[in-house]
Design a protein around this ligand. Sequence first.
Ligand code: SF4
Length: 310
Amino acid sequence: MPLSDLQKNIVALLRQKKAILLAHYYQRREVQEIADILGDSLSLCIEAAKTDAEIIVFAGVHFMAESAAILCPDKTVLIPRPDAGCPLADMITPEQLQKARQSHPEAAVVTYINSSAAIKALSDICCTSANALNVVHSIKDKKEILFIPDGNLARYTALSASAAIIPWEGYCPVHQSLNIDDIIKRKADYPGAPVLAHPECTPDVLRAADFVGSTAAMLEFVRKASQKTFIIATETGILVQMGKENPGKTLIPASENMICETMKYTTLEDIYTGLTNMTHIVTLPEDKRLKALSSLEKMLALAKSPPSTP
Ligand code: SF4
């Protein structure tokens, strides 16, 4: 598809300002089409940390742009829609985490990247859905792990962890909305099609899935699989990239309702206006940034080392 005039203008503006556009797989199609880097939370974090660009425009939700600002203090990080939040990230406050830490003084705190900088600053290490198992396995000296804020990811990780996982009962409303009846119906409609589910889905859904993994892992699965039809249990934005990579395959959303409203806030107009006016720059107090950086850097250091086993 040829780019629209607005898409072309944004690309020209990005180059003119030595800026880079990072976009999550759940963004609108037209935003994904002009992203310099399209990815999941982990890969976008890694790319943000190593880019030479002077300006990072983050098409995603707030905690993602904040993570880029934590990792890149020498860059200007813009979020075109500062109101694009993540309800899951809002399900724990610093006060609640401090209380939980007091109740479990011996526990390590593993924090899903879908969290605010204030929460990361109070954590021992971060994780994403792509590396949660590896992060948990890397903690050898603790018998208990307080895993926040996603309860479903915590329970999924607990299945193969040697430490006791204490889940925080937060959830992603998009993945929580998918229920086992949706999966049963799709399996009946598409017999033989494997179900790929994101670990933010409920335990019932994950038990019924043929493969559980992050968005990047799902993309890899579909690329390599010999099957022709797949049932995809995550936010439907992923189908844009998956479809592009697999023109001969049929991709069925597990539910058409799996749409993250805030991920879809960012429009091309928001990106153009934000970059033109240099508005909505993400800033953090330096002490908070440094504390949050420590938990992110521990995770990124693990990403560079080979995966550990339980
Ligand atoms: S899909 Fe869920 S976890 Fe991701 S940004 Fe939306 S609400 Fe947050």
